[in-house]
Design a protein around this ligand. Sequence first.
Ligand code: PRT
Ligand code: ZN
Length: 284
Amino acid sequence: MKLRIAIQRSGKLAEGSIALLKKCGIGFSNGTGKLRAEAEDFPLEIFFIRDDDIPDYVADSVADIGIVGENILAENPKRVEVVEKLGFGRCRLSIALSRLDKFDGLDSFNGKRIATSYPNILGRFFAERGIEADIHEISGSVEIAPSIGLADAVCDLVSSGSTLFSNGLREVETVMESQAVLIRRPGIDGETESILEQLLFRLRSVRAASQNKYILLNAPKDKAGEIARLLPGMKSPTMMPLAEEGWVSIHSVISQHDFWEVVDRLKQAGAEGILVLSIDQMIA
Ligand code: PRT
Ligand code: ZN
């Protein structure tokens, strides 16, 4: 029995999906043009397909799980469940207009023509705000629509913003934020479900690890209490005496998010020789 996962063959989510599986200790060969692979050391079969087809594969039970952008699910809801946000493939669906056009708020889109590959999401967004715009669906190269006179504005995915910039467009409104998520089908049988649980356990420990750092530092003994309070760690920090009298070494785990702020406070509290290391896996 194997768990079957559908991931993007090539594109913005392909690399992140493969890297995530590899970090979970799942090895497989993914030569170009390959449509299917079997993991070497985990009961997993991998399908490499177009991102738009992933929700259907999962809803139709061709695969049990898949990795896809939230934007795809929001545009075409399917009978699949989101299990976990994966923290990569982050982007936003935004409305943009020519840098030369004035923007007077969303109402100014009434009666305007907007080109997008996401007509359902944009349609709902405008309907909720009582705006009547003419949504023009196009499937690719949305960003050139204003310059060729096809539309007054566009609604497209943006990450760095450089595509909009180089087409003379500027972002004026975010319609939705998106990232890659793990989806599953309903009705996975018991044995396959337990493989999924094992995979989720690994995924969560990789995710937790990527959000945390391992920190070691030296501190005078009389400052150790204050420093330990800044570094609660998983349970409490480890404290060990240094060979030099009156000094201790303190080890702990710290969230990536709080890191810079806490480092400043540690230095103020007298910490020295601070080392920060990446964590591969973190099991609570
Ligand atoms: O062939 P297939 O159908 O599988 O791929 P695709 O071309 O439809 O999708 P792809 O690979 O472009 O995107 C797959 C998923 O990646 C999307 O559904 C999003 O969830 C996510 N994602 C993250 C992005 C981006 N970032 C992104 N920047 N998808 C598209 N883009 C586009 C953006 O629209 C712009 O045209 O990439 C271009 C560069 O973006 P900037 O802002 O960095 O210049
Ligand atoms: Zn696609």
